[in-house]
Every structure is written in structure tokens, then in C-alpha cells.
Ligand binder design. Structure first.
Ligand code: PLP
Length: 380
């Protein structure tokens, strides 16, 4: 089966006991046993729940991976993966990671004896230089947030594998519709399903997909021990979102390309970053490793922080809010919002300036979106 078909059918056969076409919300914590230890595959909902199983099956299928696990949030998925490591282990991390991932690594895990080096993983030599004898994991976010820098997943995974290092890719920005990191050679894929997979800004969730049996067993053990599981209703919301993933991603892509081109030609815009623009420094790599360019657009208006703040306040359709990947368009200031936990000095070094504006382009009529931006740029 192909992608859009699997999004609707994988793990989602009609319910055997009732014929319900939609996977039921199994709102139960425990399951009757026929005899001591004789279960129908479920014993307690921290360990497993049928609604969650359906979600885990479809996400694994879309990533073309063997084992999927659903988590209560993207951050708990990230946390579960890093718990594969132990004291004294070192991780090489893309310096443009999501602010919350930076915070978890630098402020929580460093205290428990893990080491992290934040480097520009878009430079293959930079990754190799950062590798130490105790490096056990390479953590990639591609495209990065909010500067949309790409890492060559295939070559980075190959280098890491040859040194016995696990490669993890946070695939939240592209979704499996446009990028499948396991096919490019990485070991573990992480998602915040809050974003494109859920797609409607109505649920917080996370997921992990891996091929290796042993890594998956350890992840499952960690998750069951810690308890970072999504409830059945949240699983059902993400399942419902995934059914239209292919349709939505196509539209996000077309809309974002049009918005990026509009901004690039606008006299009041200094610079636009979008992997689908020929001006993007890694447009060739984007075409090689992704099958579309996604819905995220970043730009710098002329006129600095003042102009940027005016635009953030002036848009009507683009809602001023954190997050991304929903049907509705959002606008944000990464420096003041999603990336505020990153020290100013390192934000400036990596280019997350205060005047940078990030758009999550939704699936509305693109003419309306462009009119909204046009009017807001005029007053800036
Ligand atoms: C949102 C996000 C996360 C964190 O996920 P939550 O669901 O908010 O916990 C991790 N990585 C990326 C790229 C994200 O955008």
C-alpha cells in the first residue's frame, strides 16, 4: 500500500467486536484476564492500550519503520530516547534544535552526568570534529528550527554508524510525508505529534520509531517504567489527524512556497528562508533528501525589531502563537517565544536574531494569507 492509503488503513481495521469503522477510544485502565496471566494481549494501560496500538502501528508504517511508540508529548519522546544513554555518555546535537530540546539537554540531562555538544550539523566536518571517544548519540533536527538549516541525514548517519554512534532525527518539521529518515540510514525517528501529525492544534503528543529490535525493546521498557504515555482520547485525536496528513502536507507545501516567494519579492523584506526557494543555501540537498519543503517559512523584515513587532501584531489570519503544523496559520517571534530559553549569546551566534519572524503556513486559501501579510508589511 502507498502512503495516503496506509495513513487511513494501517493499524485501523474495523473493530472486530462491533464493526466500528473508526478505531474506538478504549477508555480503560485495565483488562479482564481469562485466567491468571491469560490476557487478550493487554493487561494495564500504562503498558498498552488498543487505541494507542493503532496509533503506534500507523506512525511506524508511515516512517517505514518496524516499531512505533506513542508518547504523551514530543518532549517525553525525546526524554525516553536520551534515557537509552548513561552517565558519562556524550551526545552531538544540531545547534538549531527546538528550544525545549535544548532546555532538556542543557538544563536537565547535563545535571545527571550526560554531556552535550551543540554544533552546526549542516557541516559534516563539524560533526566529525565534535565526536569524542564517549560519543554515543548524534541528535539531528533537519530542517532546524527556526533557521531551516538542513543536515545531510544519509552521510551523517553513515559516519555515526561506522563509529558505533546511534543517529536520532527529529522529523517533526517535515513529517514522514516529506522525509523518512530511517530510509536515509538513521536509527531512531522522533516526533512531536502535536504538530503536523495531529495537525489541528488540539492535542499534545509524541512518537518514536525505530527498526532495531533491541533498541525498541529498551525504549518500551523505559516508557513503561517511566509512564510517559498518551491517554486513549489523545491517541484517537492524533489518529484522526493522520488520516488527512497527505492532503494537508500537499497544501502546506504549496501555500508555503507561494508565501515564501511573495516575501522574497517584497521590498520591505530583507531575507527569506525556505528550503523550496532557489536562494536557500541548501536547496539541492533539500531536493535530494525531502520530497517537499514543508510549511515553515522564516524571514527578516527590513526595519529591525520594531518592524518585526509591528508585523507580529498586525496580522489577523496569522495568529500570534507558539507551535506549528496545524491547519491554521501562525506567526511567532522565536527569540522571544519558542527559543527564549536559549542564552542570548548563543542565540546571536547561531543567528536567531530578535527581529526574525517565523511563519507556520496553514492550509487556508493562500490568497487570503498573502493579503494578510501584505497589509501587515505595509504598516511596518
Ligand atoms: C514542538 C516540538 C518538540 C516538542 O514537542 P511537544 O509536543 O511540544 O512536547 C520537539 N521537537 C520539535 C522540532 C518541535 O517542534
Amino acid at each position: 500500500m502507498r502512503f495516503a492509503t496506509r495513513a487511513i488503513h494501517a493499524g485501523q481495521e474495523p473493530d472486530k467486536s462491533t464493526g466500528a469503522v473508526t478505531v474506538p477510544i478504549f477508555q480503560t485502565s485495565t483488562y479482564a484476564q481469562d485466567d491468571v496471566g491469560k490476557t487478550k494481549g493487554y493487561e494495564y494501560s500504562r503498558t498498552g492500550n488498543p487505541t494507542r496500538t493503532a496509533l503506534e502501528t500507523v506512525i511506524a508504517s508511515l516512517e517505514n519503520g518496524r516499531h512505533g511508540l506513542a508518547f504523551s508529548s514530543g518532549m517525553s519522546a525525546v526524554d525516553g530516547v536520551v534515557r537509552l544513554l548513561g552517565k558519562g555518555n556524550h551526545v552531538v546535537v544540531s545547534e538549531g534544535v527546538y528550544g525545549g530540546v535544548y532546555r532538556l539537554f542543557a538544563k536537565v540531562f547535563e545535571k545527571s552526568g550526560l554531556e552535550f555538544s551543540f554544533v552546526d550539523t549542516s557541516d559534516p566536518d563539524g560533526i566529525e570534529r565534535a565526536v569524542k571517544p564517549n560519543t554515543k548519540m548524534l541528535w539531528i533536527e533537519s530542517p532546524s528550527n527556526p533557521l531551516l538549516k538542513l543536515t545531510d541525514i544519509r552521510s551523517a548517519s553513515k559516519m555515526a554508524r561506522s563509529r558505533g554512534i546511534l543517529t536520532v532525527v527529529d522529523n517533526t518539521f517535515m513529517s514522514p510525508y516529506f522525509q523518512r529518515p530511517l530510509e536515509l540510514g538513521c536509527d531512531i525517528v522522533v516526533h512531536s505529534t502535536t504538530k503536523y501529525l495531529g495537525g489541528h492544534s488540539d492535542v499534545v503528543g509524541g512518537a518514536v520509531v525505530a527498526n532495531d529490535d533491541e533498541v525498541s525493546e529498551r525504549l518500551k521498557f523505559i516508557q513503561n517504567s517511566v509512564g510517559a504515555i498518551p491517554g486513549p482520547f489523545d491517541c484517537w485525536l492524533v489518529l484522526r489527524g493522520i488520516k488527512t496528513l497527505a492532503l494537508r502536507m500537499e497544501r502546506h507545501n504549496v501555500n508555503a512556497q507561494a508565501v515564501a516567494q511573495f516575501l522574497e519579492n517584497h521590498p520591505k523584506v530583507e531575507r527569506v528562508l525556505y528550503p523550496g526557494l532557489r536562494s536557500h543555501p541548501q536547496h539541492d540537498l533539500a531536493q535530494r533528501q525531502m520530497t517537499g519543503f514543508g510549511g515553515m517559512v522564516t524571514f527578516w523584515p527590513k526595519g529591525g525589531v520594531g518592524a518585526s513587532r509591528t508585523i507580529l501584531k498586525a496580522t489577523r489570519l496569522f495568529i500570534l502563537a507558539e507551535s506549528l503544523g496545524g491547519v491554521e496559520s501562525l506567526i511567532s517571534s522565536p527569540a522571544a517565544m519558542t527559543h527564549a530559553s536559549i542564552p542570548t549569546e548563543s542565540r546571536m551566534r547561531t543567528g536567531i536574531r530578535d527581529d526574525l519572524v517565523r511563519l507556520s503556513v496553514g492550509v487556508e486559501d493562500v490568497e487570503d494569507l498573502i493579503e494578510d501579510l501584505s497589509r501587515s508589511l505595509d504598516v511596518s
